[in-house]
Design a protein around this ligand. Structure first.
Ligand SMILES: *Cc1c(COP(=O)(O)O)cnc(C)c1O
Length: 352
């Protein structure tokens, strides 16, 4: 018997968890290698004695801490169970069947999936030849059905960033009632030159239709706890609050995020090493003959085309877990020098 489940879900891929095995060097999920700071684990331990109670559904203390840190008001912030959940909720509040959600491609896999779960239509605009979001082409792809635009900057999985002037020109062209989500999951890793430097919070003040998405999963090292946030116009925050899954930001995540925010200088200082290593890894890979995009994130993108899958399979056999996108490329997390060297040794010796 076939149960009555939405038939359009049949065409969606089933989630395949990232490969991992004991002893593997995991470079597939853009995590940091360092365990949480003592201040964070202590906050979690203290909060653990209270988990018989529901979390604060409004994440009031975290929202206040974020508002202070970012220089915005609390009615401009919504915490979420990872910024992935906020991506999904932005789709929910803007789009349904017949509506279009626009983004670059290849980009974050959540965008097309969550769009289709909502019954809306993903419109995927190819990246430029340099694997950068093609904002010119995206502006041209806006229709009267477009309800939401994602710009992933730096882009996952290519690591590339758009030029600040292009971003501004794009925002000037977008109708001012159309929401543009600027997904900045990796922003702490960027070391932009002048052409690529912009302040998303500043842009958001100027363009109230901009939503900034950030996360504690990457540079803040809390991937396992699931907490991210949106900074947006209060209209958007109110709507996000309506579709918020009750209590989905758990109490340990809330206190850990506050503690991580309190230690942010120390956490962000770690991104300097990653930024330096990203340059070293990119240079070494290019010297070895690989085509590698200019990354501003904590990963590199090897444009391997049809060799992506065999490369990743050989890496797995060698104890290295990387993230392949068959027919396109492989994304490899940049971490500490010892781990990066293991990957570089593999890549240099890989025989096509
Ligand atoms: C990792 C990532 C996120 C955030 O993920 P959460 O863990 O859900 O906060 C958001 N966007 C992109 C592009 C990412 O790579």
């Amino acid at each position: 018997m076939t149960l009555r489940i939405r038939p359009d879900l049949d065409s969606l891929p089933t989630y395949v968890p990232g490969k991992n095995f004991p002893g593997a060097l995991k470079l597939a999920s853009n995590e940091v290698v360092e365990p949480p700071l003592p201040a964070v684990t202590e906050a979690i331990a203290a909060a653990a004695t209270g988990i018989n109670r529901y979390p604060d559904n409004g994440a009031v203390a975290l929202t206040e801490a974020l508002a202070t840190a970012l220089g915005v008001t609390t009615d401009q912030i919504q915490a979420g169970c990872g910024s992935v959940m906020l991506c999904q909720n932005l789709i929910t509040i803007t789009s349904g069947p017949g509506d279009e959600v626009l983004f670059g491609w290849r980009s974050f896999e959540t965008y097309p999936l969550a769009t289709r779960v909502a019954g809306a239509t993903p419109v995927q605009v190819p990246l430029t030849g340099d694997a950068v979001y093609d904002l010119e082409a995206m502006a041209a792809a806006i229709t009267d059905r477009t309800r939401l635009i994602f710009i992933c900057n730096p882009n996952n999985p290519t690591g590339t960033v758009v030029e600040a002037a292009d971003l501004r020109r794009f925002l000037e062209r977008v109708p001012d009632d159309l929401i543009v989500a600027l997904d900045e999951a990796y922003i702490e890793y960027t070391r932009p030159d002048q052409a690529h430097a912009y302040d998303a919070l500043e842009l958001r003040r100027e363009f109230p239709n901009v939503v900034v998405l950030r996360t504690f999963s990457k540079a803040y090292g809390l991937a396992g706890l699931r907490v991210g946030y949106a900074v947006a116009d209060p209209q958007v925050i109110t709507a996000l609050g309506k579709v918020h899954v009750p209590f989905s930001v758990n109490s340990l995540a809330q206190v850990a995020a506050i503690a991580a925010l309190g230690a942010r200088e120390q956490l962000l200082a770690r991104t300097d090493l990653v930024a330096a290593e990203r340059g070293r890894v990119t240079d070494a890979l290019r010297q070895a003959g690989y085509r590698v995009a200019d990354s501003q994130a904590n990963f590199v993108w090897l444009e391997l085309g049809e060799e992506a899958a065999p490369f990743a399979a050989a890496a797995t056999a060698a104890g290295l877990v990387v993230r392949p996108f068959a027919g396109e490329g492989v994304r490899v997390t940049v971490t500490v020098p010892t781990e990066n060297d293991v990957f570089l040794d593999f890549a240099r010796n890989w025989i096509r």
